[in-house]
Design a binder for this molecule. Structure first.
Ligand SMILES: Cc1cc2nc3c(=O)[nH]c(=O)nc-3n(C[C@H](O)[C@H](O)[C@H](O)COP(=O)(O)O)c2cc1C
Length: 168
């Protein structure tokens, strides 16, 4: 098993719940689970795999937590590291910016040299625009606790299956 961290920021608990479910699906004894902070960001280069979770706030912005650490993130060398992303958003109320923050994190992790895995199909969602799309897919797992909470567990199960080869 590769050294793996699950790192998240959450303003009302939805991303934190998803992080717990993802950690449980992988096996909590197989990873470290952190709420993001500057100190946690400084530890990331010690990990082979970073699973990073974010909600989107404002209109397509990072939530508190990630917002305060982007300058630290931008200093890291993550060459050779594997990153998988998951994002929470509200596709109906904020369909013009659905899970944008996941796309913002994607750009930043790629700029630091990381390889991002875990792209996810964008069918079964209703939204008009998202910065988290690349080549017709989401750059990571898109979740919607506001409108599609009933799909969350199954989406997590399938997504963890898809990234499992990168964890061992
Ligand atoms: C004021 C406000 C702004 C939001 N902006 C967005 C947005 O731009 N894009 C999006 O996909 N979701 C948006 N959302 C939805 C949240 O991302 C969603 O509720 C998410 O599950 C919150 O997760 P958290 O509790 O982990 O922060 C917004 C919600 C609120 C209340």
């Amino acid at each position: 098993m590769k050294k793996t961290a699950v790192v998240w920021a959450s303003q009302t608990g939805n991303t934190s719940n998803a992080a717990e479910l993802i950690a449980g699906e992988i096996g909590k004894d197989q990873l470290d689970l952190f709420e993001v902070s500057r100190e946690v960001v400084s530890l990331l280069p010690e990990y082979d795999v970073v699973i990073a979770g974010t909600s989107t706030w404002g209109m397509g912005e990072l939530p508190h937590g990630w917002r305060e650490v982007v300058s630290a993130l931008d200093q890291l060398d993550l060459t050779g590291k594997t990153v998988a992303l998951f994002g929470l958003g509200d596709q109906l109320a904020y369909g013009a910016w659905y899970v944008d923050a996941m796309g913002i994190l994607y750009d930043r992790f790629v700029a630091r040299g990381a390889t991002v895995v875990g792209a996810w199909p964008n069918d079964a969602y209703e939204f008009s625009s998202s910065k988290a799309l690349r080549d017709g897919k989401f750059v990571g797992l898109a979740l919607d606790a506001d409108n599609q909470e009933h799909l969350t567990k199954e989406r997590i199960r399938r997504w963890v299956c898809s990234i499992r080869p990168y964890l061992s």
